[in-house]
Write a protein that binds this ligand. Structure first.
Ligand code: HEM
Length: 521
């Protein structure tokens, strides 16, 4: 009876495992403390030994029962015709994943001879291997977690566009990010996420982003000035540049954490004032801080303008979301810009096209929000670069309750994964030239470029679409067009094509280009 009860609880709550462990330790420790005679001591040691053995037995069975929760979810999916690799009892498919990964590392992709754009089999070998075996929808297990791989266009669309709050970010992934991100928009779910999204989203609408163009231009000019100085230092018309750091400091300039000190000061102020006064002070803060509006202003405005953010939660809201936006927006945009420059270095004809278009859009060479919105060539290049090299490799969700997606009932607890780079180079959707760099495919927008526009998702899609999409696109257009208006560039012999997956898909060994000044600045 007791065991049955434990079994049930174990299936319901894996955390019971820890409680049982503590109980077991107590059982082991108590007898030696209570009994003191020598005879009894030896008797007790044998009992302890037996308990120890039994304890491990119970622990083992417990583990199996715990893992069975994943097994149950797997059966529910299998009953709907979804198959996948057979999991091992204790670790699910992890050993197989490690084996496939190790085999792929032994036979590294040969990127050296030419820049091959299809890195999916070397970066995500087990996903690709299983996709070839089981098709675009399959299930696999890691430990006690059951996963559903979703790369079938209709289902990807359904999953991304689902408005149900029963789909959220996988908690086992976001838990690890809690110390870094608090409960900000990136990792929150349900009503808390919906409330944060409602407040922050308007601050990223295009009209607000346009207000930040001059700040972006100033920052991009700092970058081109630095490259000018590098060329001068070389005493020639050219210099070799590793673009990563310069692009990172470009994207960092207008993100909130650069202003950590200001945020900290604001936190102190918030703590010492009552809510109405806080609102007033923050308004003053916004007015006096700077004439330029950056993202810190936007988040503060969001918090001020929404009455649902109370005094206590306001501080946390601001700080958490500053961290979230920095995390989401800093590296990804810098990496996207690096990939764009790499591809443009390989394709000088596209540098010329962008330069020609810029000469038409702003003959006086002065960029502004108006000219940025007219840049078609650079937009096509960015879209194509983010098709081949989407910085975010996955869209992920967890069924927080049993949820229907398309024809599939996804049981509570299952995590869903869409592998973006694979979708972005599916020849059925993009044509036989899917692995080639051809920005012209975006001439008539995303719907003209492929058969199913909903699978072009470098920024996601639907209710959780990237909040910084407009912001990132404008940042990218500005920095790339400014670089192209001042320099001609090619790949340096130092460049080694080695896409790597480290939370985002990035150039493993950086992007090295040789820049040549076009005209004296
Ligand atoms: C090229 C640059 C960027 C790429 C490729 C990118 C991509 C993405 C993707 C794929 C998602 C997840 C969508 C989903 O789960 O369905 C996302 C979410 C998000 N991104 Fe970006 N992002 C970029 C830049 C930015 C920037 C510059 C910011 C802010 C300044 C930003 C803020 C966010 C936020 C706040 C979310 C969470 C939205 C939510 O869960 O409601 N991103 N981004």
């Amino acid at each position: 009876m007791y065991r049955v009860c434990i079994q049930r609880k174990a299936q319901e709550k894996p955390k019971m495992k820890a409680a049982a462990f503590v109980l077991l330790s107590l059982l082991l420790l108590l007898p030696p403390l209570l009994i003191s005679s020598t005879f009894l001591k030896s008797f007790v040691s044998s009992v302890v030994l037996i308990i120890l053995v039994l304890g491990f037995g119970v622990f083992y069975i417990f583990n199996i029962l715990w893992l069975k929760s994943a097994q149950r979810l797997r059966w529910k999916l299998q009953k709907q015709g979804i198959n996948g690799p057979k999991p091992s009892l204790l670790y699910g498919n992890v050993p197989e994943m490690q084996k496939i990964q190790a085999a792929s590392l032994k036979a590294p992709a040969n990127y050296d001879e030419f820049v091959a754009h299809d890195y999916t089999s070397s970066l995500f070998p087990y996903f690709e291997q299983w996709r070839k075996l089981y098709g675009p929808i399959y299930t696999y297990t890691t430990g006690n977690k059951q996963h559903l791989y979703v790369n079938q266009p209709e289902l990807v669309k359904e999953m991304n566009q689902s408005k149900s709050l029963d789909l959220g970010k996988p908690s086992y992934v976001t838990k690890r990010l809690a110390p870094m991100l608090g409960n900000g928009i990136l990792r929150s779910n349900g009503h808390i996420w919906a409330m944060q999204r409602k407040i922050v989203a308007p601050e990223f609408f295009m009209d607000k982003v346009k207000g930040m163009v001059s700040l972006m231009l100033q920052s991009a000019e700092l970058l081109t000035r630095k490259w000018d100085e590098n060329i001068e230092a070389e005493g020639s018309k050219m210099a070799e540049i590793s673009v990563g750091e310069d692009l990172r400091s470009y994207t960092e300039k207008f993100l909130p954490s650069r202003r950590q000190k200001e945020i900290e000061n604001l936190e102190k102020e918030i703590e010492s004032l009552i809510w109405e006064a806080v609102k007033e002070r923050k308004r003053e803060f916004l007015e006096t801080l700077s004439n330029e509006k950056d993202l810190l202003h936007s988040i503060l405005e969001g918090a001020i303008n929404d009455d649902s953010v109370g005094e206590n939660s306001s501080r946390k809201f601001i700080v958490d979301n500053c961290k979230n936006i920095y995390f989401a927006g800093h590296e990804s945009t810098a990496v996207a810009a690096s990939w764009c420059l790499m591809l443009l270095a390989l394709h000088p004809e596209w540098q010329s096209r962008i330069r020609d278009e810029m000469a038409q859009i702003c003959p006086d060479g002065v960029l502004d929000a108006e000219s940025v919105s007219k840049m078609k060539m650079v937009t096509m290049v960015i879209q194509e670069a983010m098709r081949l090299y989407p910085p975010a490799a996955f869209v992920s969700r967890e069924a927080l309750e049993d949820t229907q997606i398309g024809r599939i009932v996804v049981p509570k607890g299952v995590c869903l994964w869409t592998l973006i780079p694979t979708l972005h180079r599916d020849p059925e959707i993009w044509g036989r030239d899917a692995n080639e760099f051809k920005p012209e495919r975006f001439e008539n927008g995303v719907s003209g470029a492929c058969k199913s526009p909903q699978v072009y998702i470098p920024f996601g899609l639907g209710p959780r679409l990237c909040l910084g999409k407009n912001f990132a696109m404008v940042e990218l257009k500005i920095v790339i067009s400014l670089i192209i208006s001042k320099f001609r560039f090619s790949l340096s012999p130092k460049y080694k094509h080695s896409p790597a997956y480290r939370m985002i898909v990035e150039p493993g060994q950086g992007v090295h280009i040789v820049v040549e000044r076009l005209k004296q600045g």
